[in-house]
Design a protein around this ligand. Sequence first.
Ligand code: FAD
Ligand code: UDP
Length: 372
Amino acid sequence: MFDYLIVGAGFAGSVLAERLASTLNKKVLLIDRRNHIGGNAYDCHDRAGLLIHKYGPHIFHTNSAEIFGYLSKFTEWRQYQHRVRACVDGRLVPIPINLDTINELYGLRLTPPEMKNYLASVAEPREKVLTSEDVVVGTVGRELYEKFFRGYTRKQWGLDPSELDAQVTARVPVRFNRDDRYFTDAYQAMPARGFTHLFENMLDHPNIKILLNAEYRDVMDEVSYGNLIFTGPIDEYFDYQFGPLPYRCLEFRHETHNKPVFQSAPVVNYPNEYAYTRVTEFKYLTGQDHPLTSVVYEYPQAEGDPYYPIPRPDNAALYKKYHQLAEQTPDVHFVGRLGTYRYYNMDQVVGQALAVFSRLAGVKRSEAFATA
Ligand code: FAD
Ligand code: UDP
Protein backbone atom coordinates (compact mmCIF):
# COMPACT_ATOMS: atom_id res chain seq x y z
CA MET A 1 0.00 0.00 0.00
CA PHE A 2 1.41 3.36 -1.05
CA ASP A 3 0.35 6.63 0.51
CA TYR A 4 0.80 8.39 -2.84
CA LEU A 5 0.89 7.39 -6.47
CA ILE A 6 2.74 10.11 -8.39
CA VAL A 7 2.42 10.13 -12.17
CA GLY A 8 5.39 11.76 -13.91
CA ALA A 9 9.02 11.81 -12.75
CA GLY A 10 9.83 15.35 -13.95
CA PHE A 11 10.46 18.25 -11.57
CA ALA A 12 6.84 18.39 -10.37
CA GLY A 13 6.55 14.70 -9.52
CA SER A 14 10.08 14.27 -8.21
CA VAL A 15 10.01 17.25 -5.85
CA LEU A 16 6.74 16.04 -4.37
CA ALA A 17 8.03 12.47 -4.06
CA GLU A 18 11.14 13.71 -2.26
CA ARG A 19 9.27 16.02 0.14
CA LEU A 20 6.53 13.50 0.99
CA ALA A 21 9.00 10.65 1.50
CA SER A 22 11.71 12.43 3.41
CA THR A 23 9.80 14.89 5.58
CA LEU A 24 6.45 13.11 6.12
CA ASN A 25 7.73 9.53 5.90
CA LYS A 26 5.11 8.75 3.23
CA LYS A 27 5.44 5.70 0.97
CA VAL A 28 5.48 6.89 -2.62
CA LEU A 29 5.20 5.09 -5.93
CA LEU A 30 6.57 7.36 -8.69
CA ILE A 31 5.82 6.24 -12.23
CA ASP A 32 6.67 7.52 -15.69
CA ARG A 33 5.69 6.27 -19.12
CA ARG A 34 9.19 7.13 -20.36
CA ASN A 35 12.19 4.91 -19.71
CA HIS A 36 13.91 7.49 -17.52
CA ILE A 37 13.40 9.98 -14.69
CA GLY A 38 13.77 13.77 -15.08
CA GLY A 39 10.87 14.49 -17.47
CA ASN A 40 11.81 17.04 -20.10
CA ALA A 41 14.87 18.08 -18.10
CA TYR A 42 16.45 14.63 -18.62
CA ASP A 43 20.06 14.65 -19.83
CA CYS A 44 22.38 11.79 -20.77
CA HIS A 45 25.72 11.09 -22.44
CA ASP A 46 25.53 10.44 -26.17
CA ARG A 47 27.66 7.92 -28.04
CA ALA A 48 30.57 10.35 -28.20
CA GLY A 49 30.41 10.80 -24.42
CA LEU A 50 29.01 14.32 -24.55
CA LEU A 51 26.34 15.34 -22.03
CA ILE A 52 23.23 16.31 -24.02
CA HIS A 53 19.68 17.33 -23.17
CA LYS A 54 17.41 14.87 -24.95
CA TYR A 55 14.41 17.23 -25.01
CA GLY A 56 16.15 20.48 -25.92
CA PRO A 57 18.29 22.96 -23.97
CA HIS A 58 17.50 23.36 -20.28
CA ILE A 59 19.18 26.24 -18.49
CA PHE A 60 18.46 26.74 -14.82
CA HIS A 61 17.73 30.26 -13.59
CA THR A 62 15.72 31.65 -10.69
CA ASN A 63 15.36 34.67 -8.48
CA SER A 64 14.29 32.53 -5.56
CA ALA A 65 16.96 31.87 -2.94
CA GLU A 66 14.65 29.26 -1.41
CA ILE A 67 14.24 27.28 -4.62
CA PHE A 68 17.94 27.47 -5.40
CA GLY A 69 18.76 26.42 -1.83
CA TYR A 70 16.33 23.51 -1.97
CA LEU A 71 17.80 22.15 -5.22
CA SER A 72 21.32 22.65 -3.88
CA LYS A 73 20.67 19.73 -1.52
CA PHE A 74 20.83 17.45 -4.52
CA THR A 75 23.58 18.91 -6.69
CA GLU A 76 26.71 20.96 -6.91
CA TRP A 77 26.48 23.75 -9.46
CA ARG A 78 28.48 25.10 -12.35
CA GLN A 79 28.02 28.85 -12.65
CA TYR A 80 26.70 29.56 -16.13
CA GLN A 81 25.33 32.72 -17.77
CA HIS A 82 23.40 31.85 -20.90
CA ARG A 83 23.90 33.82 -24.13
CA VAL A 84 21.97 33.64 -27.39
CA ARG A 85 22.60 35.10 -30.84
CA ALA A 86 19.94 35.58 -33.50
CA CYS A 87 20.74 35.16 -37.17
CA VAL A 88 19.25 38.32 -38.72
CA ASP A 89 20.16 39.92 -42.06
CA GLY A 90 23.04 37.48 -42.37
CA ARG A 91 24.60 38.50 -39.03
CA LEU A 92 24.67 36.89 -35.61
CA VAL A 93 23.52 39.59 -33.20
CA PRO A 94 22.62 39.50 -29.49
CA ILE A 95 19.06 38.58 -28.48
CA PRO A 96 17.47 39.97 -26.22
CA ILE A 97 17.80 43.09 -28.35
CA ASN A 98 20.37 45.36 -26.70
CA LEU A 99 22.57 48.32 -27.61
CA ASP A 100 24.98 46.14 -29.60
CA THR A 101 22.11 44.51 -31.51
CA ILE A 102 20.92 47.87 -32.83
CA ASN A 103 24.41 49.19 -33.52
CA GLU A 104 25.59 46.03 -35.31
CA LEU A 105 22.41 45.67 -37.34
CA TYR A 106 22.26 49.28 -38.54
CA GLY A 107 25.99 50.17 -38.51
CA LEU A 108 25.40 52.82 -35.83
CA ARG A 109 27.26 53.91 -32.69
CA LEU A 110 24.31 54.86 -30.52
CA THR A 111 24.72 55.48 -26.81
CA PRO A 112 22.10 54.08 -24.40
CA PRO A 113 20.08 57.35 -24.30
CA GLU A 114 20.25 57.55 -28.10
CA MET A 115 18.98 53.98 -28.36
CA LYS A 116 16.08 54.89 -26.09
CA ASN A 117 15.21 57.85 -28.31
CA TYR A 118 15.55 55.72 -31.43
CA LEU A 119 13.24 53.01 -30.15
CA ALA A 120 10.79 55.61 -28.87
CA SER A 121 10.66 57.03 -32.42
CA VAL A 122 9.90 53.66 -34.04
CA ALA A 123 7.78 52.03 -31.30
CA GLU A 124 4.02 51.92 -31.79
CA PRO A 125 2.73 52.07 -28.21
CA ARG A 126 -0.52 50.22 -27.64
CA GLU A 127 -3.22 51.38 -25.30
CA LYS A 128 -3.68 47.83 -24.07
CA VAL A 129 -0.92 45.24 -24.24
CA LEU A 130 -2.84 42.01 -24.75
CA THR A 131 -0.98 40.00 -27.36
CA SER A 132 2.58 38.99 -28.10
CA GLU A 133 2.52 41.39 -31.06
CA ASP A 134 1.48 44.31 -28.81
CA VAL A 135 4.42 43.71 -26.46
CA VAL A 136 7.08 43.81 -29.14
CA VAL A 137 5.69 46.35 -31.59
CA GLY A 138 4.86 48.58 -28.64
CA THR A 139 8.50 48.53 -27.48
CA VAL A 140 10.75 48.21 -30.53
CA GLY A 141 8.48 48.97 -33.50
CA ARG A 142 7.43 46.95 -36.50
CA GLU A 143 10.76 46.52 -38.29
CA LEU A 144 12.60 44.89 -35.38
CA TYR A 145 9.46 42.92 -34.57
CA GLU A 146 9.50 41.48 -38.08
CA LYS A 147 13.23 40.77 -38.03
CA PHE A 148 13.37 39.06 -34.64
CA PHE A 149 9.93 37.97 -33.45
CA ARG A 150 7.26 37.50 -36.09
CA GLY A 151 8.87 34.68 -38.05
CA TYR A 152 10.29 32.90 -35.00
CA THR A 153 6.95 33.00 -33.22
CA ARG A 154 4.97 31.81 -36.25
CA LYS A 155 7.41 28.92 -36.62
CA GLN A 156 7.54 28.05 -32.92
CA TRP A 157 3.82 28.23 -32.24
CA GLY A 158 2.17 27.86 -35.65
CA LEU A 159 0.35 31.09 -34.75
CA ASP A 160 0.87 34.77 -35.39
CA PRO A 161 2.09 36.74 -32.34
CA SER A 162 -1.21 38.63 -32.47
CA GLU A 163 -2.92 35.32 -31.57
CA LEU A 164 -0.78 34.63 -28.48
CA ASP A 165 -0.92 36.12 -24.98
CA ALA A 166 1.55 38.88 -24.21
CA GLN A 167 3.43 36.64 -21.74
CA VAL A 168 5.01 34.62 -24.57
CA THR A 169 7.22 37.25 -26.20
CA ALA A 170 7.38 39.23 -22.94
CA ARG A 171 9.81 36.52 -21.79
CA VAL A 172 12.41 38.23 -23.99
CA PRO A 173 13.09 41.79 -22.77
CA VAL A 174 14.78 44.77 -24.47
CA ARG A 175 17.94 46.22 -22.94
CA PHE A 176 19.40 49.66 -23.34
CA ASN A 177 22.87 48.53 -22.31
CA ARG A 178 25.39 45.96 -23.55
CA ASP A 179 24.28 43.15 -21.24
CA ASP A 180 23.94 40.20 -23.62
CA ARG A 181 22.87 37.57 -21.08
CA TYR A 182 19.62 35.78 -21.88
CA PHE A 183 18.57 35.88 -18.23
CA THR A 184 19.28 38.35 -15.44
CA ASP A 185 18.07 36.18 -12.55
CA ALA A 186 20.03 36.23 -9.29
CA TYR A 187 20.82 32.50 -9.57
CA GLN A 188 21.96 31.09 -12.90
CA ALA A 189 23.73 27.75 -12.87
CA MET A 190 23.77 24.25 -14.32
CA PRO A 191 23.82 21.11 -12.17
CA ALA A 192 27.52 20.21 -12.18
CA ARG A 193 26.91 16.57 -13.09
CA GLY A 194 23.73 17.16 -15.05
CA PHE A 195 20.00 17.21 -14.35
CA THR A 196 19.57 13.44 -14.29
CA HIS A 197 22.19 13.18 -11.57
CA LEU A 198 20.27 15.81 -9.58
CA PHE A 199 17.08 13.74 -9.97
CA GLU A 200 18.86 10.54 -8.93
CA ASN A 201 19.97 12.21 -5.70
CA MET A 202 16.53 13.69 -5.11
CA LEU A 203 14.81 10.32 -5.49
CA ASP A 204 17.35 8.26 -3.56
CA HIS A 205 15.14 7.45 -0.58
CA PRO A 206 13.91 4.11 0.78
CA ASN A 207 10.29 5.37 0.81
CA ILE A 208 10.33 6.08 -2.95
CA LYS A 209 9.76 3.30 -5.43
CA ILE A 210 10.24 4.20 -9.09
CA LEU A 211 8.48 2.41 -11.93
CA LEU A 212 9.53 3.37 -15.48
CA ASN A 213 7.88 2.48 -18.82
CA ALA A 214 4.66 2.58 -16.80
CA GLU A 215 1.40 4.12 -18.05
CA TYR A 216 -0.90 5.54 -15.41
CA ARG A 217 -3.89 3.67 -16.89
CA ASP A 218 -2.05 0.36 -16.67
CA VAL A 219 -0.83 0.91 -13.12
CA MET A 220 -3.88 2.52 -11.47
CA ASP A 221 -5.77 -0.73 -10.89
CA GLU A 222 -2.69 -2.81 -10.16
CA VAL A 223 -1.52 -0.98 -7.03
CA SER A 224 -3.28 0.33 -3.99
CA TYR A 225 -2.63 3.92 -2.96
CA GLY A 226 -4.21 6.72 -0.99
CA ASN A 227 -3.81 9.94 -2.99
CA LEU A 228 -2.89 10.60 -6.58
CA ILE A 229 -0.57 13.33 -7.84
CA PHE A 230 -0.86 13.73 -11.60
CA THR A 231 1.75 15.75 -13.54
CA GLY A 232 0.77 14.61 -17.04
CA PRO A 233 -1.65 16.53 -19.28
CA ILE A 234 -4.82 17.36 -17.33
CA ASP A 235 -7.06 16.90 -20.39
CA GLU A 236 -5.70 13.38 -20.87
CA TYR A 237 -6.54 12.52 -17.24
CA PHE A 238 -10.16 13.53 -17.82
CA ASP A 239 -10.40 11.63 -21.13
CA TYR A 240 -10.54 14.87 -23.14
CA GLN A 241 -14.17 15.26 -22.11
CA PHE A 242 -14.24 18.96 -23.00
CA GLY A 243 -12.00 18.42 -26.03
CA PRO A 244 -8.19 18.30 -26.19
CA LEU A 245 -6.12 21.19 -24.85
CA PRO A 246 -3.76 22.39 -27.59
CA TYR A 247 -0.02 21.84 -27.04
CA ARG A 248 2.87 22.72 -29.30
CA CYS A 249 5.19 19.84 -30.11
CA LEU A 250 8.83 19.62 -31.15
CA GLU A 251 11.09 17.25 -33.02
CA PHE A 252 14.72 17.26 -31.92
CA ARG A 253 17.54 16.51 -34.34
CA HIS A 254 20.71 15.65 -32.43
CA GLU A 255 24.06 15.70 -34.22
CA THR A 256 27.67 15.17 -33.19
CA HIS A 257 30.39 16.97 -35.13
CA ASN A 258 33.98 15.94 -35.52
CA LYS A 259 35.40 19.25 -34.33
CA PRO A 260 35.67 20.92 -30.95
CA VAL A 261 33.41 23.93 -31.68
CA PHE A 262 30.32 24.12 -33.94
CA GLN A 263 29.01 27.67 -33.52
CA SER A 264 30.06 30.92 -31.87
CA ALA A 265 27.32 30.99 -29.22
CA PRO A 266 25.57 28.44 -26.96
CA VAL A 267 22.30 28.98 -28.85
CA VAL A 268 21.72 30.50 -32.28
CA ASN A 269 18.13 31.47 -33.12
CA TYR A 270 16.92 31.45 -36.72
CA PRO A 271 13.83 33.67 -36.80
CA ASN A 272 13.53 33.94 -40.56
CA GLU A 273 15.20 31.02 -42.29
CA TYR A 274 14.94 27.22 -42.05
CA ALA A 275 12.29 24.97 -40.53
CA TYR A 276 14.09 24.87 -37.17
CA THR A 277 13.93 27.67 -34.61
CA ARG A 278 17.27 27.31 -32.87
CA VAL A 279 20.48 25.32 -32.60
CA THR A 280 22.06 24.59 -29.23
CA GLU A 281 25.66 23.49 -28.69
CA PHE A 282 25.73 21.63 -25.39
CA LYS A 283 29.39 22.07 -24.48
CA TYR A 284 28.78 25.74 -23.70
CA LEU A 285 26.09 24.73 -21.21
CA THR A 286 27.96 21.87 -19.60
CA GLY A 287 31.55 23.17 -19.82
CA GLN A 288 32.64 19.73 -21.00
CA ASP A 289 36.13 19.48 -22.47
CA HIS A 290 35.95 17.14 -25.48
CA PRO A 291 37.46 16.99 -29.00
CA LEU A 292 33.97 16.54 -30.54
CA THR A 293 30.81 18.60 -30.05
CA SER A 294 27.07 17.81 -30.01
CA VAL A 295 24.23 20.08 -31.05
CA VAL A 296 20.44 19.90 -31.25
CA TYR A 297 18.08 21.46 -33.78
CA GLU A 298 14.47 22.14 -32.73
CA TYR A 299 11.70 21.67 -35.29
CA PRO A 300 8.27 22.81 -34.06
CA GLN A 301 5.38 20.50 -34.96
CA ALA A 302 1.61 20.44 -34.67
CA GLU A 303 1.48 16.77 -33.61
CA GLY A 304 3.55 14.75 -31.15
CA ASP A 305 4.51 14.84 -27.47
CA PRO A 306 3.07 17.85 -25.62
CA TYR A 307 5.95 20.23 -24.88
CA TYR A 308 4.38 23.68 -24.71
CA PRO A 309 0.94 24.73 -23.43
CA ILE A 310 -0.19 27.45 -25.84
CA PRO A 311 -1.06 30.65 -23.94
CA ARG A 312 -4.08 32.25 -25.59
CA PRO A 313 -7.53 33.18 -24.28
CA ASP A 314 -9.61 30.31 -25.72
CA ASN A 315 -7.12 27.75 -24.39
CA ALA A 316 -7.24 29.38 -20.95
CA ALA A 317 -11.04 29.12 -21.05
CA LEU A 318 -10.85 25.42 -21.94
CA TYR A 319 -8.26 24.78 -19.23
CA LYS A 320 -10.55 26.49 -16.72
CA LYS A 321 -13.19 23.83 -17.36
CA TYR A 322 -10.69 21.07 -16.61
CA HIS A 323 -9.47 22.99 -13.56
CA GLN A 324 -13.03 23.19 -12.23
CA LEU A 325 -13.36 19.45 -12.69
CA ALA A 326 -10.06 18.97 -10.87
CA GLU A 327 -11.39 21.00 -7.93
CA GLN A 328 -14.25 18.50 -7.64
CA THR A 329 -11.73 15.65 -7.48
CA PRO A 330 -10.04 16.36 -4.13
CA ASP A 331 -8.01 13.13 -3.92
CA VAL A 332 -6.16 13.98 -7.12
CA HIS A 333 -3.63 16.82 -7.20
CA PHE A 334 -2.64 18.28 -10.55
CA VAL A 335 0.83 19.82 -10.68
CA GLY A 336 3.40 20.92 -13.25
CA ARG A 337 3.55 22.37 -16.72
CA LEU A 338 1.12 19.83 -18.21
CA GLY A 339 -0.97 19.24 -15.08
CA THR A 340 -1.82 22.94 -14.73
CA TYR A 341 -1.39 23.96 -18.41
CA ARG A 342 1.11 26.71 -17.63
CA TYR A 343 4.12 27.87 -19.65
CA TYR A 344 6.38 27.40 -16.62
CA ASN A 345 10.16 27.26 -16.32
CA MET A 346 11.79 24.62 -14.15
CA ASP A 347 12.11 26.86 -11.09
CA GLN A 348 8.43 27.81 -11.32
CA VAL A 349 7.47 24.13 -11.41
CA VAL A 350 9.67 23.46 -8.36
CA GLY A 351 8.03 26.41 -6.57
CA GLN A 352 4.56 25.18 -7.51
CA ALA A 353 5.34 21.63 -6.33
CA LEU A 354 6.65 22.96 -3.01
CA ALA A 355 3.49 25.04 -2.61
CA VAL A 356 1.35 21.93 -3.20
CA PHE A 357 3.48 20.07 -0.69
CA SER A 358 2.98 22.75 1.95
CA ARG A 359 -0.80 22.44 1.45
CA LEU A 360 -0.71 18.63 1.68
CA ALA A 361 1.54 18.72 4.74
CA GLY A 362 -0.38 21.56 6.37
CA VAL A 363 2.80 23.58 6.87
CA LYS A 364 3.67 27.15 5.94
CA ARG A 365 5.28 27.58 2.52
CA SER A 366 8.56 28.67 4.11
CA GLU A 367 8.62 25.38 6.05
CA ALA A 368 8.17 23.32 2.87
CA PHE A 369 11.86 23.82 2.07
CA ALA A 370 13.19 22.61 5.40
CA THR A 371 15.37 19.51 5.45
CA ALA A 372 14.04 16.49 7.30
P1 FAD B 1 7.60 17.14 -17.37
O1 FAD B 1 9.05 17.35 -17.27
O2 FAD B 1 6.94 17.17 -18.71
O3 FAD B 1 7.26 15.73 -16.66
C1 FAD B 1 6.00 15.11 -16.79
C2 FAD B 1 6.27 13.61 -16.90
O4 FAD B 1 5.02 12.92 -16.80
C3 FAD B 1 6.90 13.18 -18.21
O5 FAD B 1 8.13 12.56 -17.99
C4 FAD B 1 5.87 12.24 -18.84
O6 FAD B 1 6.46 11.14 -19.50
C5 FAD B 1 5.08 11.77 -17.61
N1 FAD B 1 3.70 11.38 -17.91
C6 FAD B 1 2.74 12.14 -18.46
N2 FAD B 1 1.58 11.46 -18.55
C7 FAD B 1 1.82 10.21 -18.05
C8 FAD B 1 1.01 9.04 -17.88
N3 FAD B 1 -0.27 9.01 -18.24
N4 FAD B 1 1.59 7.95 -17.33
C9 FAD B 1 2.90 7.95 -16.97
N5 FAD B 1 3.69 9.05 -17.09
C10 FAD B 1 3.16 10.15 -17.63
N6 FAD B 1 12.76 25.50 -18.23
C11 FAD B 1 13.76 26.25 -17.71
O7 FAD B 1 13.70 26.63 -16.53
N7 FAD B 1 14.86 26.60 -18.46
C12 FAD B 1 15.00 26.21 -19.75
O8 FAD B 1 16.01 26.51 -20.40
C13 FAD B 1 13.96 25.40 -20.33
N8 FAD B 1 14.06 25.00 -21.61
C14 FAD B 1 13.07 24.21 -22.14
C15 FAD B 1 13.21 23.78 -23.45
C16 FAD B 1 12.23 22.98 -24.03
C17 FAD B 1 12.40 22.51 -25.46
C18 FAD B 1 11.09 22.60 -23.26
C19 FAD B 1 10.03 21.74 -23.87
C20 FAD B 1 10.94 23.04 -21.95
C21 FAD B 1 11.92 23.85 -21.38
N9 FAD B 1 11.83 24.29 -20.06
C22 FAD B 1 12.83 25.07 -19.52
C23 FAD B 1 10.66 23.96 -19.22
C24 FAD B 1 10.88 22.72 -18.38
O9 FAD B 1 11.08 21.60 -19.23
C25 FAD B 1 9.66 22.49 -17.51
O10 FAD B 1 9.35 23.61 -16.72
C26 FAD B 1 9.79 21.30 -16.54
O11 FAD B 1 10.60 20.29 -17.04
C27 FAD B 1 8.39 20.79 -16.28
O12 FAD B 1 8.42 19.75 -15.33
P2 FAD B 1 7.10 18.90 -15.09
O13 FAD B 1 7.42 17.91 -14.06
O14 FAD B 1 5.94 19.80 -14.89
O15 FAD B 1 6.79 18.18 -16.50
N1 UDP C 1 11.05 34.72 -29.45
C1 UDP C 1 11.21 35.22 -30.72
N2 UDP C 1 12.46 35.37 -31.23
C2 UDP C 1 13.56 34.99 -30.54
C3 UDP C 1 13.39 34.47 -29.24
C4 UDP C 1 12.11 34.33 -28.73
O1 UDP C 1 10.23 35.54 -31.39
O2 UDP C 1 14.68 35.14 -31.06
C5 UDP C 1 9.67 34.59 -28.92
C6 UDP C 1 9.02 33.28 -29.37
O3 UDP C 1 7.63 33.47 -29.47
C7 UDP C 1 9.36 32.35 -28.23
C8 UDP C 1 9.16 33.29 -27.03
O4 UDP C 1 9.68 34.55 -27.51
O5 UDP C 1 8.53 31.23 -28.19
C9 UDP C 1 9.84 32.89 -25.76
O6 UDP C 1 11.22 32.65 -26.01
P1 UDP C 1 12.07 31.68 -25.07
O7 UDP C 1 13.48 31.70 -25.56
O8 UDP C 1 11.82 32.03 -23.65
O9 UDP C 1 11.39 30.27 -25.41
P2 UDP C 1 11.62 28.80 -24.80
O10 UDP C 1 13.05 28.70 -24.33
O11 UDP C 1 10.60 28.63 -23.71
O12 UDP C 1 11.33 27.92 -25.97
